[in-house]
Design a protein around this ligand. Structure first.
Ligand code: SF4
Length: 338
C-alpha cells in the first residue's frame, strides 16, 4: 500500500500515534481517574469491545503509511493489559525503525522491564508526581508507595531503557512545594523529570486555573537552587521544553499546555482501546475505526478514512482554552492516554 503523508488544515502532519491499549488502571490519580468518579461499580469496556493486538498492529501499519514515526502505548495503565509485551514485539516486527515508547505508572514495571526491553520497547516514561509518600498516595488514590516506583525506574534503567523520562503533574497546594526536591533527586541520574501543568483533561478532575502552577514558576524555583538554561528541542513538535543544568549534570523539562500552548506543532493522533481515533487530547468526539476494521474494509479504505479525518482537523484547544471550554464535554484522558 503506498505511503500517503497527510497534513491537517494547519499544515500539521501525523508523526506520533498514541495508542491506548486499555481503559483500565490500578491507580485513581486525582487529575485523571478520580476514585469518586471511577469507583468500585465503574463499568470499564468489555474485552470484546477492545481492539485485539492484531487489529492494533494493522492500524499502526496504516498510520505508519501516513508518516507516523513514533508510537506511544498508553492506557489507563498499559501494563495491566495482559501480555502487552507481545503487542510490543508484534509492533517492533511490523514497523522496524519506528520508535516504540510507553507511559506507565510504574506499579507493574519492576517485574516487566526486561521483557518490555527484550520485546523491542525503545523508551519508557514513568509517572511520579511526588517523592513524599503521603502526597504521592493522595494523588494516585491507590495508596501506592514512592519507593516501589523508584525501584521500578531503576529496574527499567538496568534493563537498558535509560534515560527514563519521569512525568510529574504539578498541582498548586498539593505538590508544588516539592518541585525542587524532585529536580534534586533526578539531577545527575541521567533520567529526565518533566513537570506538567495541571490540565483540564476530560470533565472529572475539578480543574480550575488557580490550581495551575505555570511552568515559568517551576523553572524559576529550580533555577534559584540549580542554575539552568534553555536547551534546544530534540525534534519538531516535542511537547516538553528542555532546560539544561548549567553545571552539566543533566536536564529537566516542562510541559506547558495551559500557559504556553503548543498546538501549532501538534503532530499527535490518538487511538482509544475500543478503536476510536481522536485528533486532540481535549477532543469531544472521536472517529470509529473499529467498525471499519471489523466491517471488512480494506487497508486502503481505512487509510482513506484516516486521510479525510486528519485533513479536516482544526484542533487547537490549548490556544482557545477558557473556563467555559474547560467545563465542556471532552473525552476522558484515562480513555485515550495523555
Ligand atoms: S490541545 Fe490538542 S491540538 Fe493542542 S497540542 Fe494538545 S492535543 Fe494537540
Amino acid at each position: 500500500m503506498t505511503a500517503l503523508p497527510v497534513s491537517d488544515t494547519r499544515g500539521r502532519s501525523i508523526r506520533d500515534l498514541r495508542i491506548s491499549v486499555t481503559d483500565r488502571c490500578n491507580f485513581r490519580c486525582v487529575y485523571c481517574m478520580p476514585k469518586e468518579v471511577v469507583g468500585p461499580g465503574y463499568q470499564f469496556l468489555p474485552h470484546a469491545e477492545i481492539l485485539t493486538f492484531e487489529q492494533i498492529v494493522r492500524l499502526a501499519k496504516i498510520f505508519h503509511g501516513h508518516g507516523v514515526q513514533k508510537i506511544r502505548l498508553t492506557g489507563g495503565e498499559p501494563l495491566v493489559r495482559k501480555d502487552v509485551e507481545k503487542l510490543i514485539a508484534m509492533l517492533a516486527a511490523a514497523l522496524p525503525g519506528v520508535a516504540l515508547t510507553l507511559t506507565t505508572n510504574g506499579s507493574l514495571l519492576n517485574a516487566k522491564a526486561e521483557a518490555l526491553k527484550a520485546a523491542g520497547l525503545t523508551r519508557i516514561t514513568v509517572s511520579l508526581d511526588s517523592l513524599d509518600d503521603a502526597t504521592f498516595k493522595a494523588m494516585n488514590g491507590a495508596e501506592f508507595p514512592v519507593a516501589r516506583v523508584l525501584e521500578a525506574i531503576d529496574a527499567a534503567a538496568a534493563a537498558g531503557l535509560a534515560p527514563i523520562k519521569i512525568n510529574a503533574v504539578v498541582k498548586r497546594g498539593v505538590n508544588d512545594n516539592q518541585i525542587v526536591d524532585m529536580a534534586r533527586y533526578f539531577k545527575g541520574s541521567g533520567n529526565i523529570v518533566r513537570f506538567i501543568e495541571f490540565m483540564d483533561v476530560g470533565t472529572t478532575n475539578g480543574w480550575k486555573m488557580e490550581h495551575v502552577v505555570p511552568s515559568a514558576e517551576v523553572v524559576r524555583a529550580i533555577n534559584e537552587v540549580f542554575p539552568c538554561e534553555p536547551a534546544h528541542a530534540n525534534y519538531y513538535g516535542e511537547v516538553a521544553k528542555r532546560w539544561r543544568y548549567a553545571d552539566g549534570s543533566g536536564e529537566f523539562g516542562v510541559i506547558s499546555s495551559v500557559t504556553e500552548a503548543f498546538c501549532g506543532s501538534c503532530t499527535r493522533a490518538r487511538l482509544s482501546s475500543d478503536g476510536m481515533m481522536y485528533t486532540c487530547l481535549f477532543a469531544s468526539k472521536g472517529y470509529d475505526l473499529k467498525s471499519l476494521l471489523r466491517g471488512g474494509k480494506s487497508d486502503e479504505e481505512i487509510r482513506d478514512a484516516i486521510t479525510s479525518i486528519w485533513r479536516s482537523r482544526e484542533d487547537r484547544y490549548s490556544e482557545i482554552r477558557t473556563t467555559e471550554t474547560a467545563r465542556a464535554s471532552k473525552v476522558e484522558m484515562s480513555f485515550i492516554g495523555g
